[in-house]
Design a binder for this molecule. Sequence first.
Ligand SMILES: Cc1ncc(COP(=O)(O)O)c(C=O)c1O
Length: 387
Amino acid sequence: MSEHDSTRLIRAATSRPTEGRRPVSPPVERASTLLNPSVGVMRDESLGPVYGIDGLAPQRALAQLVADLERAERVTLTSSGLSAVTLPILALARAGDEVLTTDAVYGPSRRFLTRFMAERGVTTRLHPAEATAAEIAAMIGERTRIVLIESPASLTFEMIDVPALATAARAKSVVTIMDNTWAAGVAFKPLVHGVDVSVQALTKYVGGHSDLLMGAVATADARLGRLIHQAAEDLGGHVSPDDAWLALRGARTLKTRLDRHAASALQVAEWLADHPKVARVLYPPLPGSVGHDLWARDYTGAAGLMGVVLNGGAEAEAEAILDRLTLFGLGYSWGGFESLATHETGQLGFRQAPPRLEGPLIRLHIGLENADDLIADLEGAFAGVVP
Ligand SMILES: Cc1ncc(COP(=O)(O)O)c(C=O)c1O
């Protein structure tokens, strides 16, 4: 198998037929019941799925593609990116255990930990978003069972030295789970860097077209993969064949799209960094930005998602800028082909230690439109708002 993701994504689950002809893409098989020719065949589990919930052709092809991408032994698909985060925690944490994660973790992941898991006896400790790997490792205690890593972190994009943290956690027999959605399984390979479980929202770049929700949980260790897969079975997890088929179609162009998202995002970030109304651009690939050194050391690419801190001004000005944009849609999520903008300052209030920012925080997802057009749109929106 090639080391190049562009080749892996195209070749995954497209082996040459051994006889006859078949379509390139697996058919969408919709089924709960699978009919058998005899009781003997019905009882033979080695012949593949016995019931629709086991996953049919599109789900199996997609799981194989994500395994190829993440260098994983096993992949379990889940109904959303959030459920890809929650599944391994549900599978591994027991009452009395503690989960350690960043104060800047994706909001719904934090809510799951501090509400659902807390009600079931699993506590959560939050480390400062800017903590080093050594500082995070020093917070691992007797009860710590899982370190949930998110890097770059949500909204403020702090980076963690993942290889160092994974090594330190493993030495203490603590499981690491990394939300790798920003890197889309392409720009960073958590399992190769010693992380135990890599999860991502396929909703974002793998789907790539803002028309489905799905997640994937990838493991290099077969035993760990089995535990997580069994938890999905016990919980009745399933993804629809139509959505799996769409995600598989999106994934074929993932590397090509991500390269373009990254190139345009860097161009936009550089322009924004020089704008007098912008205090800081939070985008690790941008030299001088938060986390740039770790990004340059460990990442082979980037996403199109960034934070923009305005240079002072009221939240109403951020809203006025967003309202004046014409090429950026106003909407949540990211990773689709289209550019999006959101105003995020309010979300920071939930943190244990909200960051001190020079002004309002805007989040931009740079899509596949022409980057000069996006910059012109931003220029017009900024110009129309009095500082
Ligand atoms: C970092 C991160 N992880 C997970 C998710 C959850 O994905 P989904 O919307 O598919 O539940 C998101 C969604 O925004 C996200 O930003």
